[in-house]
Design a protein around this ligand. Structure first.
Ligand code: PLP
Length: 394
């Protein structure tokens, strides 16, 4: 059996790009006694949580809260606004864009993938002009939605969502804009209303500093309107009954009461820090991490200087170094968890998460662990990444 309390002295350094560490305040809130989810106390609490989460998405429209991981929320978004056989445009940015597309295929949609020809799409942000170009050609309006990942967790690339909305509008195309901000929300700037997203999908275990288990769909008025005529069979994911129940702070099924206690607490913490301060903190941590990568003489997976992720940094290992051997060393020797390379970059890259409840010294610990592990792999860095990050923070 897994012995979670059997750890060496000190603490575990969880630096994967989500789940991210859960602050003690949030853990304590989660441990409050579970209450009657149909009682008056819960209704009042439910309304507070529903209005709080709108502030995090920066929306005035409803946000659906599912007891599900991000994948469930992906499915929820698709089945509510698309009919079986609908054509959907997916921009390939990495493993998560691909997984969402595979899910779409499995549930009977017709995904079409785009990305820049001749470019490794796993290293660049979304090129909105390609979306515009493709939509202009679709004069019959067969494409019903455009799906993009805001923060691609597999590569550390954050795309410009407002530019995608502009591209759809410039093409005068009615496709809905569906955005995955599972790992962006709460860490990277995100403005659901201003940027014109129709559905934004997210999850609890990244910038919101919660354990996994809650998934979100932030909606637009248009998405709600479209959903009313959609024929795709669904029950648990259907927005209509949830929206009706949510009016009084309840859910048609049993909500994740204790995770919602945690969500309430986390949102309180986030509002007292201020969203803009949170975004600036993440950018600063990411920049320090990039200074370390440059000093080591390693390559950032993200080549797009406008699209560096504030959430995580994905680092390519030098030829001949197994990234998973490096990660194994960091874990066994220093109790540091780093993210594995996913999909086609497995073994060739690792990821440092600097999201959620993370500050300068948390990051410095992770960078120290990486630097020592690189040394153990026989790698001779150009210079100390730890010192470079320290200089940046001074
Ligand atoms: N989308 C992105 C960008 C993610 O990072 C993840 C998970 O890491 C998912 C979707 C899938 O979410 P989950 O694993 O919670 O189902």
């Amino acid at each position: 059996m897994l012995k979670l309390d059997n750890h060496p002295s000190g603490r575990h350094f969880l630096h994967i790009p989500g789940p991210s560490p859960v602050p003690p305040r949030v853990l304590r809130a989660i441990s409050y006694q579970t209450i009657d989810h149909r009682g008056p106390e819960f209704g009042e609490f439910g309304l507070k949580v529903l209005s709080g989460i709108q502030k995090i998405f920066q929306t005035k429209q409803p946000v659906i809260i599912y007891s599900a991981s991000g994948t469930g929320a992906w499915e929820g978004a698709l089945v509510n606004v698309l009919n079986p056989g609908d054509r959907v445009l997916f921009y390939e940015t990495g493993q998560f864009a691909n997984l969402w597309r595979a899910l779409a295929k499995r549930i009977g949609l017709e995904p079409e993938v785009i990305g820049k020809a001749g470019q490794d799409t796993w290293r660049w942000g979304v090129d909105a002009s390609l979306i515009e170009e493709r939509l202009r050609k679709d004069s019959a309006h067969e494409i019903k939605a455009v799906c993009v990942v805001h923060n691609e967790t597999s590569t550390g690339v954050t795309s410009n969502i407002a530019a995608v909305r502009k591209a759809i509008d410039a093409a005068k195309h009615p496709a809905l804009l569906l955005v995955d901000s599972v790992s962006g929300l709460g860490s990277a700037e995100y403005r659901h209303d201003e940027w014109g997203a129709d559905v934004t999908v997210s999850g609890s275990q990244k910038g919101l500093m919660l354990p996994p288990g809650i998934g979100f769909n932030a909606l637009s008025a248009r998405a709600i309107e479209v959903s009313k005529s959609i024929k795709t069979p669904k029950s648990y994911w259907a927005w209509d009954e949830i929206l009706e129940s949510n009016k009084t702070g309840f859910w048609p099924t049993t909500p994740s009461t204790n995770l919602m206690y945690g969500l309430h607490e986390a949102m309180d913490m986030m509002m007292s820090e201020g969203l803009d301060n949170i975004f600036a903190r993440h950018k600063r941590l990411a920049e320090a991490c990039r200074h370390a990568v440059t000093a080591w003489g390693l390559e950032n997976q993200c080549l797009d200087t406008d699209c560096y992720s504030p959430v995580l940094t994905c680092i390519a290992t030098p030829e001949g170094m197994d990234a998973d051997a490096l990660r194994k060393h960091a874990l066994t020797k220093f109790n540091l968890s780093l993210g594995t390379g996913l999909g086609k970059i497995k073994g060739k890259a690792f990821r440092i998460g600097h999201l959620g409840d993370c500050n300068e010294l948390n990051l410095m610990a992770a960078l120290s662990g990486v630097e020592m592990s690189l040394g153990a792999m026989g790698f001779k860095p150009k210079a100390s990444g730890v010192v470079a990050a320290q200089e940046f923070f001074k």
